[in-house]
Design a protein around this ligand. Structure first.
Ligand SMILES: [Zn+2]
Length: 144
């Protein structure tokens, strides 16, 4: 598994470097303003398919952390800011990011944008009631 992960991490690193170069080029050409938003997905942006990622159950903690940190760098290069509960277990975060991997996504090239899976619906919250901040909003709503 370690050897395989090295390849996967390399792929991710390459796509991050490529993304940075493209950002520099579009910056030089005066692109990257509003109006150049791009519909893509993590998969097509990175060129790494979702099936390339091993299931969380096959990964040791340190392997999972390495992968997550590479994915974070990739999202950073896409100007995507994850809005995940601080105590969310890494394997849960990994699963959510992989679910999102092939979903179409409007990339804003000019500003950071948040990526949040919580829709403040506690019963169906993908983060889980246990971890998510939406439970803090619940009582407010019941009082309203
Ligand atoms: Zn929530």
């Amino acid at each position: 598994m370690d050897e395989y992960l090295e390849y996967l991490l390399q792929d991710l690193q390459l796509s991050i470097q490529r993304a940075k170069q493209e950002a520099v080029i579009s910056g030089m050409n005066g692109l990257g303003d509003a109006g150049t938003d791009l519909v893509t997905s993590f998969a097509s942006y990175s060129g790494v398919e979702a099936v390339a990622f091993p299931p969380a159950s096959r990964l040791k903690d340190r392997q999972l952390k390495k992968l997550l940190s590479a994915i974070h760098q990739l999202l950073d290069s896409m100007l995507i800011e994850l809005v995940f509960p601080a105590n969310l277990p890494p394997n849960r975060e990994y699963q959510l990011l992989l679910q999102q991997w092939t979903q179409p996504f409007v990339l804003k090239l000019h500003a950071f944008q948040p990526l949040d899976f919580c829709e403040l619906d506690m019963k169906n919250c993908p983060y889980g009631e246990q971890f998510c901040y939406c439970k803090n909003f619940q009582t407010d709503w019941e009082d309203m």
